[in-house]
Design a protein around this ligand. Structure first.
Ligand code: ASN
Length: 333
């Protein structure tokens, strides 16, 4: 029942600003190119800052993959609206375009890299109507990371430090760019710790549209915990709660999702059966779990384009992409 309610979650950025569909690169005017250049500077600064933070904290750098037999099912997920999953055949085998590297993270973290991060291209063919949310693109980059034996609290603390440090640094170093975009005064350095809300509490207060409502009310980033979703997030069957979290940004909504993970074989199987997830698409993960080689971990993934959109005050998340991937619009590049 709880899950059915959470499925009603929907988001629209259109509430108090114009959603402008980003143009392809070859159609930009002189002034639009200048705006693109400014946003590109903020993107470069953000990537450099976050990379350095992960390296400083002794994370190892994992490179992304595009095609695998296993990828994130993105189901059940209250926020997902996938029109089509990209599957192709290569060498007589069916492989899927990466929807997120969650499975790879869990496996690499268990077997080789106890602390890892990866900038990973995620392909999510969103429904066309999401073009107007201003928040969705059908390809984006996720800064995904995972830590063996970590708790949710540790992950959240790390993220809070990184996000507030990043904004402080952007404000110190890119004040011309922020002024150009009209963000110099409106972008405040987030106060830590961020407030933590339980999803159930918000559903009771705001109803089905809790996420949109709270997104437009807050002025500081907030955490939402206990969101029913995919099998890999840790669920306490007895309490009926989930040890996971989303980070919401004012006006731009969810910029990160993450969790402590399931690692025990019987629980993974039970959840996959319950959610109608095909176990044959997760053979390696299940085999490792069965052999006791899957380790407890926690992690999260940051949507880079949404993060930069918030910093820049973008009119559409696709504005932060050199080659925008707007749902329903397939440009040349
Ligand atoms: N990256 C997310 C996580 O770490 C999963 C996702 O993108 N669906 O939990």
């Amino acid at each position: 029942m709880k899950r059915a309610q959470a499925f009603g979650r929907s988001l629209a950025i259109a509430q108090d600003k114009l959603v402008e569909i980003p143009k392809p690169i070859e159609l930009l005017s002189e002034s639009e190119i200048q705006r693109k250049q400014i946003i590109s500077k903020i993107m470069t600064f953000t990537l450099e800052y976050l990379t350095y933070e992960f390296l400083k904290n002794e994370f190892e750098w994992l490179l992304p993959v595009i095609f695998s037999k296993s990828t994130d099912p993105l189901w059940p997920d209250p926020g997902a609206s996938i029109e089509k999953r990209v599957e192709v055949e290569i060498y007589g085998k069916t492989v899927r375009a990466t929807q997120s590297m969650i499975v790879h993270k869990m496996v690499a973290c268990s077997l080789v890299q106890p602390k890892l991060f990866v900038f990973s291209p995620n392909v999510r063919i969103e429904k066309i109507e999401r073009a107007n949310s201003g928040l969705h693109v059908y390809e984006f980059t996720q800064l995904d990371f995972e830590i063996r034996n970590a708790s949710s609290r540790e992950v959240r603390n790390l993220v809070e430090k990184m996000i507030s440090g990043l904004i402080k640094s952007v404000k110190n170093n890119l004040s011309f760019e922020l002024s150009f975009l009209g963000r110099n005064h409106s972008l405040a350095i987030p106060e830590t710790p961020f407030r933590v809300y339980d999803r159930e509490e918000l559903e009771n207060k705001y109803g089905r549209n809790w996420e949109t409502q709270i997104t437009f009310e807050i002025t500081n980033p907030i955490w939402i915990t206990n969101v029913p979703r995919e099998f890999y997030d840790f669920e306490d069957f007895e309490k009926g709660t989930w040890d996971n979290y989303d980070l919401l940004l004012p006006k731009y909504g969810e910029v990160l999702s993450g969790a402590r993970r399931e690692w025990e074989y019987p629980k993974l199987v039970r959840k996959m059966e319950r959610d109608n997830i095909k176990q044959e698409n997760f053979t390696l993960l299940l085999n490792l779990a069965k052999q006791g080689k899957l380790k407890p971990s926690a992690g999260a993934g940051i949507g880079i384009e949404r993060l930069v959109s918030w910093i820049a005050g973008a009119r559409h998340v696709g504005e932060t992409q050199m080659f925008p991937k707007i749902p329903g619009l397939v440009y040349d590049l």
